[in-house]
Unconditional design. Structure first.
Length: 189
């Protein structure tokens, strides 16, 4: 596997991510089989753009009936640090009133975006809102929010790959890696 020059260390490769995605999908499918779910379909809401690789991987193993929707909520604005307040740039096309929602995330870092979206969905009338994330970064947490399910716990480092970006690039790396931030100052695309 070729490492991108901005990769300091690969944390989780494609095989590990696929295996964990399957385990999560099986566990979550089983969980929803034991719940009362409106129209027997959970609504998976992917937070774009980072969710795409994980959500696609997760979906192929999800055996409980589901619908997919997406939101664009910005909080990073292309850099390595979060902005102050998340902003909804693309809202849902459906009503969530009375629905069971599963937010699909690439990473929970500060928790600000997820906390904001979860409260927003509950305000809009969602019956319940659960969260699955590929990566959980508890050291970065600024608000008291936790994933209901997560793939891997990671340290408080700037990560790239498998949906995680730097300046909207590197999302397509087939692994999750620590970015060599010492190279970013002089980096030329």
């Amino acid at each position: 596997m070729n490492k991108h020059p901005l990769v300091k260390e690969i944390l989780h490769n494609e095989t590990e991510i696929d295996k964990r995605s399957k385990e999560l999908a099986e566990e979550i499918s089983e969980y929803y089989r034991g719940q009362e779910v409106k129209e027997n379909a959970v609504v998976l809401i992917g937070l774009l753009k980072g969710c795409i690789p994980f959500m696609a991987n997760f979906l192929k193993y999800m055996t409980y009936e589901c619908m997919t929707e997406y939101m664009v909520v910005s909080s990073y604005l292309g850099g390595t640090k979060q902005s102050e307040e998340p902003k909804i740039n693309l809202d849902l096309d459906i009503s969530v009133k009375g629905r069971s929602i599963l937010i699909v995330e690439d990473i929970i870092d500060s928790g600000n975006t997820l906390d904001y979206v979860k409260k927003y969905l509950l305000f809009k009338g969602a019956r319940d809102v659960k969260v699955v994330t590929l990566l959980d970064k508890p050291e970065g947490r600024q608000v008291p929010i936790e994933a209901d399910w997560y793939g891997f716990s990671v340290k408080n480092e700037f990560l790239i790959g498998f949906g995680l970006d730097y300046q909207e690039r590197l999302r397509n790396l087939p692994y999750v890696a620590v970015c060599d931030t010492s190279k970013l100052k002089d980096w030329k695309w």
